[in-house]
Ligand binder design. Structure first.
Ligand SMILES: *[C@@H]1O[C@H](CO)[C@@H](O)[C@H](O)[C@H]1NC(C)=O
Ligand SMILES: *[C@@H]1O[C@H](CO)[C@@H](O)[C@H](O)[C@H]1NC(C)=O
Length: 238
């Protein structure tokens, strides 16, 4: 098969600058962040805007991101849904000091990766990122509960479970005993008050466009098209 050979050489020569450029580009632009992004996962799952808003106002997004990068044991996050926050007795969050809010949020984060299976084997009480608050994991048949002592709820949906990060959805906010006693008003039987803690109106926090990686991707596509055309052309010759 001698005819295709010079043509192939020409094609390769033509493609060479593109190939070199494509290889050079990633070094110039910042490498894409390795590893899972908890905020992106929560944003994608939609029903966690209150949690995301609180994490942002308490400046915990970066801290959690850093921990995820640096903590060899990984992280497990229990993510209360927007409904969970809405079901708190009215005003619960507002009665907490900023520090207490931070501790409350950190109670939902464990500095170790647990799958649903290993959750039930954890030795209680399990330390959390909150200074003084711990959690207990209570394994039943096929069901694991997470408990603070005053809140005891099943661990439901796995939003993301791949070492080093696990995110489980929960239907109640994990209130520690220290913050339940007298701090929050007792839930009234007529708990119809739709006092959502100023949830952002629908808008998930601004999407972050990434023009650099975008153009990089486009160039790769161009190169792919070129290669595809070359292969198709060679096929025609046969
Ligand atoms: C944690 O507990 C210690 C000792 O009981 C106490 O001194 C400290 O103030 C507590 N920290 C927080 C953040 O509650
Ligand atoms: C788990 O939580 C559910 C709902 O709160 C409760 O009915 C059940 O008894 C709990 N299971 C254990 C083992 O505590």
């Amino acid at each position: 098969m001698s005819p295709p050979t010079p043509l192939l050489c020409t094609l390769v020569l033509l493609a060479l600058p593109f190939l070199l450029e494509a290889q050079g580009t990633p070094a110039a632009s910042p490498a894409p962040a390795a590893g899972p992004d908890p905020v992106a996962i929560l944003q994608g799952a939609r029903q966690y805007s209150t949690l995301l808003q609180l994490l942002t106002t308490r400046n915990l997004v970066e801290e959690i991101g850093n921990l995820l990068k640096n903590n060899r044991d990984g992280l497990t996050i229990f993510a209360p849904t927007d409904n969970a926050f809405n079901n708190l007795p009215p005003g619960t969050l507002n009665l907490l000091s900023p520090d207490q809010q931070t501790q409350l949020l950190l109670l939902h984060v464990v500095g170790k990766y647990y799958s649903k299976d290993t959750l039930s084997t954890a030795s209680n009480p399990v330390r959390t990122l909150a200074t003084n608050y711990t959690l207990n994991f209570i394994g039943g048949n096929n069901q694991v509960n997470v408990s603070t002592g005053v809140v005891n709820i099943p661990v439901n949906n796995e939003l993301y479970v791949k070492s080093p990060l696990a995110i489980f959805s929960i239907d109640s906010v994990l209130i520690p005993p220290a913050l339940a006693g007298g701090k929050a008003p007792a839930p009234s039987p007529s708990a119809g008050g739709p006092t959502a803690p100023s949830t952002p109106a629908e808008g998930p926090t601004a999407p972050t466009p990434q023009p650099v990686s975008g153009s990089y991707r486009r160039r790769r596509v161009d190169w792919g098209v070129l290669l595809g055309a070359g292969v198709a052309f060679l096929g025609l010759l046969r």
